[in-house]
Design a protein around this ligand. Structure first.
Ligand SMILES: Cc1cc2nc3c(=O)[nH]c(=O)nc-3n(C[C@H](O)[C@H](O)[C@H](O)COP(=O)(O)OP(=O)(O)OC[C@H]3O[C@@H](n4cnc5c(N)ncnc54)[C@H](O)[C@@H]3O)c2cc1C
Length: 391
């Protein structure tokens, strides 16, 4: 066992744990980041080539988190010296009389976000004929969109954490966290023990399993397997869909929640996927076929008017969400015998990546200062669920 305890031990090196390690190390804290697999593996939630950042949400509590994250993404990429964030406009589309579009318009009004409400012909005109919506749909366009490079972002946080003195250890599966007088002891599958004053659990789709093992508390966070799909743009139309051409990041609220990002990672391909998946055991994945493929093919054909080949996606990648019943995050102290010594960051429900920089900061502050100043974490408290505990 280590002689002097770490100030903070972080369990799980996806984007949330890696961002937390970066913030903790930057504050001069003696920081340890533990990961069960290889760093930058592809078996969790944070790998891949693109994530959307957007400010439009139905729940106002995400607004300040996203705005702060834009600033922190810029800061971190300046420190590392390469580009993580690629700017784009964002557009939400959906039925004009639907509750989601109405709530997004109210949200923009109330928060003073500049936006344009666009009819189908305005959209065709604004985006060079690349996007077509039905006559009874509208689009809500605003300047706060963009693409984040996920694997590159995780590597960036790990590198910056390391440069600031953090200890990073992969292939170290945590099997237990024990309460001690001074804080916690974290135990790995190989029998190593690490003492920490505080601990942050950012175990992604494994978070409920780990929390249950160490505390008996059952968090209602469901791992879900999902897929991203890339589609081939037909010859001659590639330029219309490229990042920097004016093509936006896009969220579509029809029968399915479909999202798209401009061409960036694979020339000639566009990512169009559906926010949906199947419940899974993260240790026994189905690695199943894509989800809602029929709906997705129809969406690609209709919204891109035959300019994108809708027969089959040409690249598919598998990934996991960690879903809470209300799709709000879990950011809180574990409580029970651990009190404020263990903080949990999980349940990011398929929309957390964009906010990783601010979430890492909040988790660090909760662990080390006992509070996150200026942030209301009430929407993210464990207490909002009916939970069971052996404690
Ligand atoms: C297909 C897809 C598309 C998405 N699109 C967007 C988007 O456009 N915009 C957006 O904002 N968000 C998006 N998200 C959501 C976002 O990617 C996730 O919210 C985020 O990556 C969650 O990160 P995490 O660190 O909590 O989890 P993970 O990345 O899964 O990290 C958890 C880590 O903990 C490790 N671990 C688990 N148990 C242990 C243990 N016992 N010991 C040691 N290590 C352990 C795991 O191996 C893993 O590396 C998307 C997610 C997916 C899957």
């Amino acid at each position: 066992m280590e002689n002097s305890p770490f100030d903070v031990i972080i369990i799980g090196a996806g984007v949330m744990g890696s961002s937390t390690a970066y913030h903790a190390a930057k504050r001069g804290l003696n920081t340890l980041l533990l990961e069960q697999f290889d760093f930058l593996h592809q078996r969790g939630s944070s790998h891949g080539e693109s994530r959307t950042i957007r400010v439009t949400y139905s729940q106002p509590h995400y607004y300040s988190l996203v705005i702060e994250s834009y600033k922190l993404w810029q800061q971190a990429q300046t420190q590392i010296g390469y580009q993580i964030y690629f700017p784009a406009h964002h557009i939400d589309i959906g039925p004009s009389d639907g509750p989601i579009m109405r709530s997004l318009v109210n949200y923009c009004h109330n928060l003073g976000i500049p936006f344009q409400l666009l009819r189908p012909h305005d959209i065709a005109e604004k985006f060079s004929g690349s996007i077509h919506i039905p006559d009874d749909w509208v689009g809500l366009s605003n300047p706060y969109g963009g693409v984040i490079k996920p694997t590159k972002a995780v590597a960036m946080f790990q590198t910056l954490a390391y440069k600031n003195g953090a200890v990073l250890k992969d292939n170290a599966e945590v099997t237990d966290i024990k309460k001690t007088k001074e804080g916690v002891v974290v135990v790995t599958a190989s029998g190593e023990k690490f003492r920490g004053k505080k601990c942050v659990v950012t175990a992604g789709p494994w978070v409920s399993k780990l929390v249950k093992t160490v505390s008996g508390i059952e968090l209602p966070i469901q791992p879900v397997e999902t897929h991203v799909s890339y589609w081939r743009i037909k010859e001659g139309h590639e330029g219309k869909f490229a990042i920097g051409s004016g093509f936006p990041t896009l969220a579509s609220f029809g029968e399915a929640f479909v999202y798209a990002t401009p061409t960036l990672e694979f020339p000639g391909l566009i990512k169009v996927s559906v926010h949906h998946g199947s419940a899974c055991d993260p240790d026994n994945r189905p690695w199943g076929p894509g989800v809602m493929m029929r709906e997705l093919k129809e969406w690609v054909e209709e919204k891109f008017m035959g300019m994108v080949d809708s027969r089959e996606p040409v690249v598919k990648q598998s990934c996991m969400y960690s879903m809470t019943p209300d799709e709000d995050f879990v950011i809180d102290f574990l409580g029970g015998e651990f009190g404020k010594d263990v903080v949990v960051g999980g349940g990011f429900s398929g929309h957390g990546f964009k906010m990783a920089p601010v979430i890492g900061k909040i988790l660090t502050e909760l662990a080390v200062d006992g509070e996150a100043k200026g942030v209301d974490i009430n929407p993210f408290r464990i207490g909002r669920f009916k939970i069971t505990s052996k404690i």
